[in-house]
Design a protein around this ligand. Structure first.
Ligand SMILES: C[S@@+](CC[C@H](N)C(=O)[O-])C[C@H]1O[C@@H](n2cnc3c(N)ncnc32)[C@H](O)[C@@H]1O
Length: 229
């Protein structure tokens, strides 16, 4: 993928081992944002139609902070930025990273297990949602996640349980007026067939936008749009 070097990378400090250190999957998303967020559009969506963006499972906060950096440079990009995570420790780190990058309380942080604690005022709100979920399959049959550290990677049985829970509620929060869409990461190690079937059942069309190959897995950046609105 071509990287738009124009935007600097956020400075990120992961002060606890509970925080996901930005990795290749993260960079699939951030490189895509840098490449596709231009003066007037993002991935063919007009910037004037992007009013609210959510990063679900924000971890270090790298994605919302990159969006703030771009907002500062690009006066046409005026979206409100939201970021959510299940872990309070993780959110504290993301807030510190926001400060580290010279921004103060510009990200709307939400402490929530997926959408469970989102207020009704956020129904139909988001034009774009990013999600780099925990996507690796659980290695044994024990309860998941086993501890807070596993929240970063443990996608449960088939590696798709968290994402399917996300899919169950996400439509309520997407702004469908301008064809709100979702960008998310998945892995070839997860149960791709079931994921494909459930995406279709929920009325989404899935497009693989980018793929990275490693020794034992491929990771994908996907785009989901609703087939009928
Ligand atoms: C793979 S990390 C991605 C972090 C960051 N977005 C990135 O790309 O570097 C997954 C994140 O999802 C969060 N998470 C796990 N389960 C969650 C849930 N049920 N609701 C919200 N966030 C969750 C984890 O705490 C972790 O920060």
């Amino acid at each position: 993928m071509k990287n738009n070097q124009y935007y600097r990378d956020p400075k990120i400090n992961c002060e606890s081992d509970l925080i996901y250190i930005p990795s290749d999957d993260t960079y699939l998303i951030t490189d895509f944002i840098k490449e596709k967020l231009n003066t007037n559009s993002f991935d063919d969506i007009k910037l004037e139609n992007i009013k609210n963006v959510l990063d679900m499972g924000t971890g270090s906060g790298i994605i919302p902070i990159l969006l703030l950096i771009i907002k500062k440079e690009n006066r046409n990009f005026k979206a409100n930025i939201y970021a959510s995570d299940i872990s309070e420790v993780v959110l504290k780190c993301a807030k510190n990273n926001e400060l580290l990058n010279g921004f103060n309380s510009q990200i709307n942080f939400i402490h929530s297990d997926l959408f469970d604690s989102f207020p009704n005022s956020l129904f139909s709100k988001f034009d774009i949602i990013f999600f780099n979920p925990p996507y690796l399959p659980l290695l044994d049959d024990s309860e998941f996640p086993k501890n807070e550290k596993d929240l970063c990677w443990d996608g449960g049985k088939g590696g798709i349980e968290i994402f399917i829970r996300f899919l169950n509620n996400v439509k309520e929060f997407l702004n469908l007026t301008h064809k709100g869409c979702i960008y998310y990461i998945s892995s070839s190690r997860a149960d791709q067939n079931t994921l494909e079937r459930i995406n279709k059942e929920k009325g989404f069309i899935n497009k693989i936008i980018e793929k990275k190959h490693f020794f034992f897995e491929d990771i994908f950046l996907n785009k989901l749009v609703l087939s009928k609105i």
